[in-house]
Design a protein around this ligand. Structure first.
Ligand SMILES: Nc1ncnc2c1ncn2[C@@H]1O[C@H](COP(=O)(O)OP(=O)(O)OP(=O)(O)O)[C@@H](O)[C@H]1O
Ligand SMILES: O=P(O)(O)OC[C@H]1O[C@](O)(CO)[C@@H](O)[C@@H]1O
Ligand SMILES: [Mg+2]
Length: 462
């Protein structure tokens, strides 16, 4: 998908006429390696060949609007009511973002009121629209020390007009949606319904998910905290497997259809022999298959450690007649339910090793929610705070139907339509996966795996 400058422009509600509380501080700000001045833009691409490929003057190559405080703002802060909602799966840092939004809105912009809508976007339905939490700096003082979200979260669809009615009835002028791909779709959906009704309400998305499956951001917040926590479980099964005859240590990690958590956790723990991710299909049998490779490790060093992304090997269920493990169907938000690849591999590895006389000692861990229900680590805490600041500046400046993100280490405004345009996945031909192969010394592919694109399209078609 070739992007042009116009594809990266975000919608503005109108002219900014009010003085910003930051206007004095900004008077001397210039673009530098450490700051992007108001009006300057951040390049989408960062190699000479990619830039040259556009054959355009610098000002016309694709670029994002820089995030950050403006000299003039669209809303009169004294008349602003802000709303905040958290949706989808839990993620370290949700409370940090809420706290950052409340502090910036209250302390610097001195907005009139901040409402926390409960339990995801269902909190914007007629049934729940009045069940809000008044958010103040005192109320959020210590919330960043705990995982989860003080507002609650949920999955499932809501009617756009009903949600817009709630914003109107609660006098909300700016709405912050903290969510993953689903939440960003919801924010898009909400923004378009607001525009269709000619309403002056800004919607700003703060991209969230441990999966890191969102595009146009360096990383989604919470991802680092989650994969850091996952390394503890990899270390545990490595100790267990190494101390057992024919030890087989397996850790199954979240990440839905993206293998970032498994890849980064394996690199961080630096102890895995095999990493399996959704983006790289594998076969079980045959001389080059996974089972033969597992057997090789057990024979050569007495044990094997496998880091398994929950979305890996989904194509195997049909081929291997394992419907009992295959979730099939979708969750309330329409996300495909994954088959339990951990159970399938446990069974197939146990059968294979037993058949060749290497009865295994299986050590299997599925940390599942343990890696996403924790508080944010120091890195994500800072990242969440700065995303929150950027989100408030964007909303107060009348940007809408946009998300705030960090792109090539600069904070930028990304059109919501781009945030949901594709799923961010590990590139099997990219440098991250190359690092995994260099670290594990596993083959680039196990057996003559099916065509990657056919796997990808079949998994994501639901
Ligand atoms: N296609 C869609 N159109 C409109 N709204 C959607 C859509 N998909 C999801 N949503 C809304 O976004 C909310 C969250 O979506 P979802 O449950 O998929 O989690 P998410 O935001 O992707 O987060 P995570 O991936 O971290 O779990 C849903 O409850 C629903 O309100
Ligand atoms: O929260 P639920 O509905 O159990 O969904 C779990 C899914 O949510 C995530 O944690 C975030 O999308 C995925 O990694 C995981 O597959
Ligand atoms: Mg999602």
């Amino acid at each position: 998908m070739t992007l042009h400058l116009d594809d990266l422009r975000v919608r503005h509600l109108g002219a900014c006429r009010y003085d910003s509380p930051f206007s004095e501080m900004l008077s001397s700000k210039q673009t530098s390696p450490h700051y992007v001045a108001e009006g300057d833009r951040v390049l989408l691409e960062d190699t000479v060949s990619m830039i040259a490929g556009h054959d355009l003057p610098a000002g016309l190559v694709p670029s994002f609007e820089a995030a950050g405080p403006r000299r003039k703002i669209y809303f009169d802060p004294s008349r602003v009511t802000a709303g905040i909602v958290t949706c989808g799966g839990l993620c370290p840092g949700l409370n940090n973002v809420i706290r950052g939004l409340v502090q910036e809105l209250s302390v610097h912009y001195k907005v009139k009121r901040i409402l926390g809508f409960r339990n995801g976007l269902q909190g914007l339905t007629a049934e729940h629209r009045d069940d809000t939490i008044e958010l103040t700096p005192e109320r959020v003082r210590d919330i960043h020390k705990a995982g989860g979200t003080i507002l609650g979260s949920s999955r499932g669809g809501q009617d756009a007009d009903e949600m817009v009615d709630s914003l109107v009835l609660r006098d909300v002028d700016i709405m912050f949606v903290i969510g993953g791909d689903g939440g960003m779709r919801a924010a898009t959906f909400l923004s378009k319904a607001i525009k269709a009704r000619g309403l002056d309400i800004a919607v700003i998305g703060v991209p969230k998910t441990i999966d890191n499956d969102l595009p146009f951001t360096d990383q989604s917040f919470g991802f680092q905290s989650a994969f850091a926590r996952a390394t503890d479980f990899i270390s545990s099964v490595s100790v267990e497997a190494a101390a057992s005859p024919n030890g087989v240590g397996i850790v199954k990690l979240m990440g839905r259809h993206s293998g970032f958590i498994a890849s980064y956790a394996a690199l961080a723990a630096n102890g895995a022999d095999i990493v399996l991710i959704p983006e790289v299909p594998f076969t079980l049998g045959g001389p080059d298959g996974l089972l033969a490779h597992v057997e090789h490790h057990v024979r050569a060093k007495g044990y094997v450690v496998i880091v398994l992304a929950e979305g890996a090997g989904q194509d195997l269920f049909d081929e291997h007649g394992q419907p009992q493990h295959n979730g099939r169907g979708t969750d309330a938000s329409g996300n495909v339910k994954l088959g339990n690849i951990g159970e399938l591999l446990k069974e197939r590895i146990t059968d294979h090793l037993t058949a060749v006389g290497l009865a295994p000692t299986m050590r299997y861990l599925d940390p599942s929610y343990a890696i996403r229900s924790i508080a944010a680590n120091a890195y994500d805490s800072v990242y969440c705070l700065r995303l929150a600041h950027a989100a408030v500046h964007a909303a107060m400046a009348g940007r809408t139907e946009a998300a705030v993100a960090r792109w090539r280490r600069r904070f930028v405004h990304v059109p919501l339509s781009l945030m949901t345009s594709r799923r961010n996945q590990v590139d099997p031909d990219g440098d991250l996966w190359m690092s995994v192969l260099e670290t594990t010394c596993q083959p680039a592919e196990f057996g003559s795996a099916p065509d990657r694109e056919s796997i990808r399209s079949s998994v994501f078609s639901a």
